[in-house]
Unconditional design. Sequence first.
Lengths: 166, 778
Amino acid sequence: MSEQAQMHVQQNGHDPRGMTMHGQSRDFLTIIIAEQRFGIPILQVQDVLSQQRVTRVPLAPPEVAGSLNLRGRIVTAIDVRRRLGMEPRNRDSTREMSVVVEYDNELYSLIIDKVGDVLTLQDDNFENTPGALDPAWRDISSGVYRLDGELLIILDVPKFLNTVHV
Amino acid sequence: MEKPSSGDPDLKIGGVLSQDELDALEAAFQAAPGPEAIAEPVAEVAAPPPPASAPETSAQEPQDSQSGSVSSQSLRVNVDVLENLMTLVSELVLNRNQLLQILRAHSESEFSAPLQRLNQVVSDLQEGVMKTRMQPIGAAWAKLPRIIRDLSLELGKKIDLDMRGQDTELDRQVLDLIKDPLTHMVRNSGDHGIETPAARKAAGKSETGKIVLNAFHEGGHIIIQISDDGKGLPLERIKSKIIEKNLASAEELAEMSPNQIQQFIFRAGFSTAEKVTSVSGRGVGMDVVRTNIEKIGGSIELKSKEGSGSTFTIKIPLTLAIVSALIVESAKERFAIPQLSVRELVMATSDGENRIEHIKGTPVFRLRNHLLPLVSLSTLLKIDTPAAENTLPSALAKHQYIVVVQVGTSDFGIIVDRVYDTEEIVVKPVAKILRNIELFSGNTILGDGTVIMILDPNGIARQIGEVDTDTKIDSAGREEDVLSDYGKKTSLLLFSAGDKTPKAVPLSLVARLENVDLTTIERSSGQMMVQYRGQLMPILPLDPSVSATGEGEKPVLVFSDKNNSLGLMVDEIIDIAEEHIHIQLDSGQSGVMGSAIISGKATDIIDVGYFLSKAHKGWFKDHGDEPFSSEGAKRNGAAGSNGHAKKRVLLVDDSPFFRNMLTPLLSMAGYSVVSLESALAAMKLCDKGAEFDIIISDIEMPDMDGFQFAQKVRDNSLWKDVPMVALSSHATPQDVNRGMEMGFSGYVAKFDRETLLNTLSKTLSDLHAKRHQEGGAQ
């Protein structure tokens, strides 16, 4: 099943469990933004990059960090912290990372704090986005997984990028 | 010798070569790689097929290469295949560029020879693949004869369509994009350009009109010309249309060249056809044509002579995929400018003749006696980093590069910090998020792997408003200057008098600065005066503590209007500063308007009017009786009490002195003021569509007095509802009545500034209330 089709299912979003049609568990790449763990469906991830040379784009929306060259394709870098209205990252902490995702035939590199492990998660632990979640996060997530002692918010890439477009 | 003999056209050329050259040529042929290459002399005749499909086609090529039957040599390939191939080649070109860039850093490298060969092959490949996308322009013209035939039947005209250069090839993508504009323009030529047979005969031309379409290559571009021998563009009709549409005033048009006026046909909604026909006159024509052509990086020029026809010249790039671009740097960021629109590069130095000058804060450059408007790339893109600001001035001081760019018929310069090489770049569309930034037409990856943005000269031109007509700054810019006076800085003369607080008056009010020898001051009936230019000029100390006794000289600010002068004696002139006057503290002190921060210090703004009325009553020529004004407005609240955003005031007064005095007064009261010296100038502004909330007009003016002005304004559509306040030294009841009849809603004596402000605010709030009522009634 292609990524595109999967994204499509997610885009419809009415039945988040639709994602799990072909299995009992799913793989997620975990990323960390401001101490919060997020998960991105692993099949949507094209690349994980360390810090890159990014060309600033003048007059662009503030969350657009710039453009970069990924093997001959131009990737738009999105500062996720900025987009979520968080404090900018502490410059002298660890090097920033980015996760490249494809949406609508365009590549986006999401600049995040850290990349964690790839987790295989059971569908039983999946829940719809709780209403009590921070609205900024609620808008970009398709659900959560209960992990030991913490929540993994599933980042809905199309939703996230769509909000950048507006 | 059998090699070149295979029916190769080269043989003919060989005839004029010397034997030596021929030998050299043969040697070159021998050295060329592989005998197949020689066995395929068709390479130049037919477009080489895409490499992917080469094996199938090359098999039968040698036999029938001369037979000329195109069908046997061509094969259908899905466009997608070609597009994909093109993308791959684009990537290859980028990689080649990258390798070459690396090679440049290592001059002595074993890779250099193979890389040069690779370079050659890639260039050929690029060219070859580009050719697969090429189609003769005739394909886009196929329908034109029919269109013209239909048109001539419908309109009863005799039209001959002459198409030349149909074999000129251009990129399929470009071809698709210009098809419609071309059709439209040819239709236009037939409909607007060519006259009826009778009219042509009367004009001494043959009955059959001629439309010539010509396409040819010129320096990497395709030029398409559409010319007709019809009646040309009707200048007068265009002019009246321009005025009707309020695009320019009659006076401005008078200063424009015919060519400039003709350019107006490219404006949106512009149609001069007397009646709408099925083919034209709907006013959606030429602006769409131009937009389409500019979209593909092309340009369109127009030459027309009334009576003998018009010629449109379209210049478009051969292909859209790979363009040559100039790489520039600004504020440490690099950008690409398509070479197609770059006219030339100029280096400006801080001294000497090649200097960037500033007119009203706008940088301009004198390029061969033509004023070239400039725009700084860093300002345009708002990329003035603090770091760059620190380093730039020193760099600026030495030299700056100006990229002269042509968009349509107008030129402008882009100031950049550095100019690099030109590079062949593959234009890639920008991400959707960034697509609404109109300054960029795309982005690309440079040889060194960095992503850079490609600037769109058309977008820049739109941004800076340097488009449509090639307006010369000094001719047509003046009206804008007047309008842009909203919120402009005021030059202030700073001085000290009495206490330590610096004081200031608007410099424009001061006629002269004089040093007066204190011993020459005479006194008469308690008034100090000096003999000044054969007249007695009253002298007032600005502050009572300014001593006018003793020896030595004191600076005196001389104010004058017509025959009257007044000297204000101060202690010391400090400086001239340019500031926005923003009164922060009202002063209870007479003679001081209030305090403002000027050059970082709290400064008293001097109320010149106070001193003037103190010095001599005759100054304002008031006739004493002002029944209307004195009781008219006192009962009303303070100025600006209706709490609105800045109201726009038009002040018309022929006396520069009063203009200068009232302008700061009004702007301090919270109005934005445009002042003009005559009613004629005001009418001009009205024609241009400027909008005001209230008009203050002097009554006694040369050419057109206030009453006539009011009458004109009331007849005029745009300003007919704008309240007008008369300003006069004649404030007799008769005058007031006459003014009211003419449409003035208020009548104020010139000297009575408080009444003026009250009247303004009352008139505006009355109007507001009235509008409100009307709005509520609906």
